[in-house]
Design a protein around this ligand. Sequence first.
Ligand SMILES: [Zn+2]
Ligand SMILES: [Zn+2]
Length: 170
Amino acid sequence: MKWCIDCGELKPLSEYYKHPRMADGHLNSCKECRKAYQSSRPYAKEYERQRNQMEKRKAFHAANLKRWRRENPQKLAVQLARRRARKSNAEGDFTVEEFEDLCKEYGNVCLRCGDKDVLLTPDHVVPLSLGGSNRIANIQPLCGKCNSWKNIKVVDYRHGVVPLEATLTT
Ligand SMILES: [Zn+2]
Ligand SMILES: [Zn+2]
């Protein structure tokens, strides 16, 4: 038992929150008083309100972003390619619209395998790692599979027919 320094009542230790730095291992004001104190602080409530709001907003944006990514996989692919290009300090930039126009120009098919109805990703004809630019002039639409297959090879599929197996340059 000990006296609460706030309400002055004698209460069993179980009525006090534990605290490792206190001599008897418990706070000097009882649970009831601590609770009253916590909820009386106006900023605590305001803080909680704001935090809740922020979390709601975050969740909303995350859900939106998720949906956007699901509904715009091609735009997402362009964004990712551009981000990679920025990271590697490549010269130039291209827009989603430019890439979409390019895809349309080539009939919305993968220029290597000819697949339709696939997600087209921007491939750098001359890879960035070999000094290729990030301009639309250095971009060709390939499906994900062909894009990763091509990797750092220099192959231009845009002009004329390039036989699938004769495309290895090195
Ligand atoms: Zn008390
Ligand atoms: Zn392909």
